[in-house]
Design a protein around this ligand. Sequence first.
Ligand SMILES: [Zn+2]
Length: 98
Amino acid sequence: MMSPGTTPGGDHHLRSLLEQLECETLVPAPYEVWTGKGTGRTCIICAKTIHSNEIENEAVIRGGGVAVMLRVHSECLNIWQRATRLYEERRPSPIRIR
Ligand SMILES: [Zn+2]
């Protein structure tokens, strides 16, 4: 178990995602995720194309009666979920989805 603040170096991505979560420019990572083959979509975390030789994860964000599908690489999803966990630990209030 890693506690916030002891994140090893090289986790710039994690920190920046955490900042985005705090600024509400990024939604918390959902637990509902489908995995498939890349279809050339853009990853919302790293903004790079998910190629057909890579795994594409479809993350479903639900809120306000709508569902939005976001595509992310496996490693990006991993960092996003870690950032979300840190964010939730810091902020005990329930997740708000706009
Ligand atoms: Zn990515």
